[in-house]
Ligand binder design. Structure first.
Ligand code: FE2
Length: 279
């Protein structure tokens, strides 16, 4: 799948852009399926989740934890007005769907598990890939919020570190609609924080005071492009203030040879064991 030069570039820069990885008809099918999931989602029943008081935080955490083995829709922060009403249609208010689309929805399963993906994961060094998480990220026009600097390894801690991200552009991504920004080579630095689950509570724990990069490179890509991200690579994205959405589908896999940390938020029960890229 990858030639030696691509593998070298991934090791040196911590990311790799693969244009034309998926054909438009597969992207369109995924976007349509996501639209159906949002349409079927009962926004009223989930509204309490987004209040800022302590009880609201607990139910938000509970909904988040449940999504490890489910398909849940999460609202944009700016989706509601001060009276708790949606500012715009539900279809334009959802931030993302997560986190087990690839195991529970046949269309997402087929998109995620292909011989090409298995080969690619192997080329990136995942000997026994374990596909923990999938997300459909909408980055809605106008209100799609920013995602601050982070390293994906904060959320999928393994020893040794192994988490690898696969970011599929379902639509063109450019600076104006909130594309990814990366710090090339930044994966050689330390892990700055980790996301810890204690019981059913979640918090970010600082690990290293190294500041986030001051220089970043925009990853402007056409729909169908796959961006591979080393789990230690600092990356972020800005808010989408354009009139166009910037949908992406992401997968995160670790290597089964590495020890998966007990404090990781995403856990699976025996009913839905984590699997690799084999169909
Ligand atoms: Fe990320």
């Amino acid at each position: 799948m990858l030639n030696a030069q691509q593998q070298d570039r991934y090791q040196a820069e911590g990311y790799l852009v693969l244009p034309g990885f998926k054909p438009e008809h597969e992207l369109a099918a995924l976007r349509e399926r996501a639209r159906q999931i949002v349409e079927a989602f009962d926004a009223e029943a989930h509204r309490s989740v987004f209040s800022t008081n302590d009880q609201g935080r607990r139910s938000a955490d509970a909904a988040f934890l449940d999504s490890a083995e489910g398909i849940e829709c999460f609202f944009e922060e700016e989706a509601f007005d001060t009276a708790g009403r949606l500012r715009q249609s539900k279809a334009l208010s959802i931030n993302k769907i997560g986190h087990a689309l690839h195991d529970l929805d046949p269309l997402f399963d087929r998109f995620s598990r292909t011989p090409a993906m298995a080969e690619l994961a192997a080329d990136l060094g995942l000997v026994d890939p374990q596909l923990w998480q999938s997300m459909l990220i909408f980055k809605q026009p106008g209100i799609g919020g920013e995602v601050g600097w982070h390293q994906d390894a904060s959320f999928f801690d393994t020893a040794p570190r192994s988490v690898t991200g696969f970011w599929f552009a379902l639509e063109d991504a450019s600076i104006d609609n909130g594309c990814l920004w990366v710090a090339p080579g930044g994966h050689h630095g330390p892990l700055r924080e980790r996301y810890v689950r204690e019981g059913d509570r979640l918090h970010m724990e600082p690990l290293d005071a190294t500041p986030w990069p001051t220089q970043a490179l925009p990853v402007e890509v056409a729909a169908g492009t796959l961006v591979c991200l080393h789990g230690m690579l600092p990356h972020h994205s800005l808010a989408n203030r354009s009139p166009r959405s910037r949908q992406a589908y992401t997968l995160h896999a670790t290597d089964g040879r590495a020890r998966y940390a007990e404090h990781n938020w995403l856990r699976r029960s025996p009913a839905l064991p984590v699997r690799g890229f084999a169909a």
